[in-house]
Design a protein around this ligand. Sequence first.
Ligand SMILES: [Fe+2]
Length: 322
Amino acid sequence: MSIDNNNLKPLKSNELDDILKSLQTNDSVKSIEAKEPEKNYKEKEVSGKIEDAVKQVEDIFNFVSATEKIPLAEIKNNVIPTIQHAADAIPNFSHLFQELEMDDYTYRHNIGVGVIATLIGKWLNVSKDDLPTLTLAATLHDIGKTKIPLEILNKPGKLTSSEYALVKKHTIFGYELLSKTEGIGIETCLVALQHHEREDGRGYPFGLKSDKISYFSKIVAVADVFHAMSSDRAYHDSTPFYKVIKQMNEDVFGSFEPTILLTFLRSVMQSLVGEKVKLTNGKIGKIVMLNQFNVTMPLILVGSDIVDLSRNREIHIEKILS
Ligand SMILES: [Fe+2]
């Protein structure tokens, strides 16, 4: 298993857009316009592999559900290399999963979180030796959901309190499944257990505070929330990109580890510098610079004027156009 550590630069906006679009349901990053994919041999190869990986994750979840055994060799040999390949930023494999049914959300989500967490790990300079563990842990973070009935997982509308209590137990179920699997280390088990814990202790299952939560769990928490908010699900529509970014930024001192979240937000927003955007006031401009103190509110060149979104809080980026 090899990781190209030279490829650590942030994704360009079209690359991130295409990756996210291909990993989410129903064209769900609605604030970013679709671009004409430049199909070439490499892209088609990655597209096919990702599609295979989604099916493999579905098969693996069904297998775990029936046997309570985790086919680690299959995951390591087939699924993880595909996710690493995707995280190495091969662009334009969009439009891939748009035809898939909503039921596939769980499987696609695991791959999406695997890709995003791997990218965050690279941006944070997680070592070449540790990165495969992060990818594995992120991909299996929700494996405990195999023990939750699908009618609850896919239930439209609000869960009852007893249903929600059961869903929250996927963290403990995941930890139990992984910890009894030979060849899986404690880091991977902890991510399954702790990815819903929050820095301020308001998470679950134990309400742990920052210093008791593992580093990889903190990375996966950011990737998980970003992917979940950006996706259509049984119980909510996707949130537009800028709102996801804005909302996560507002949580910077509370839910998430600040360094991890700020690195993620900065890398995503940095990749958008130079892009043409439509603002919520109808004006068209170009992102020219990030605001040092709030990366989610960059400086926009509109005509010959610079609009600093941090000083114009009522204006947001509605769409990325270019
Ligand atoms: Fe989860």
